[in-house]
Design a protein around this ligand. Sequence first.
Ligand SMILES: [Zn+2]
Length: 154
Amino acid sequence: MALREIVTEGYESLSKICKPVTSFDSRLELLVKDMKDTLVKADGLGLAAPQIGVLKRLAIIIDGETDEMVALINPEITAMSGVQNKTEGCLSVPGVWGKTERPAVVTVKAQNEKGEWFEMTRDGITAVCICHELDHLDGILFREHVVEYIEDRD
Ligand SMILES: [Zn+2]
C-alpha cells in the first residue's frame, strides 16, 4: 500500500487544467491503486489526481450504488438534469463545509484502467461527487458552487 500526500488549497496543481491520460500501462495502474489507498485512508468520497499533485485527467469516486471505488479516466459529463443542494467538503480544503448547488442527476462517460469506455448515470451524493471530482481536473474547487457556508457540521 502506497499513500500519496493530499495537497491543500493554494497548492499550484489544484488550479491547473489537467492533461488527458494517454498511456494505459502499469504506471497508470499503480497510480490508480495509490489513489484508491489514499482515498480509503483519508475517508473521503472522491479523490482527483491533481489533489496528489498529478496533472492527469483521472479521479476516483466511491459509487454510492455499489460502495465500490471507480476510476474515472478522461471523464466527461454527457448529460445532467435537475438541481440539488447538498453539504460538500473537500480533502484539499480541510475543515470547510458548504451547501452547494449541483445537478440532481449526471451521466459521465469515462475510460477504465484498461482504456475501455463506459458510462454511468448517478443521482444524490454520487452525482455531487462526480461533478466535484471532474471540476478538480479543470482547476476548480467546490467553493465556486457554494451557496452557503456551514459553520458547524454535525
Ligand atoms: Zn475536492
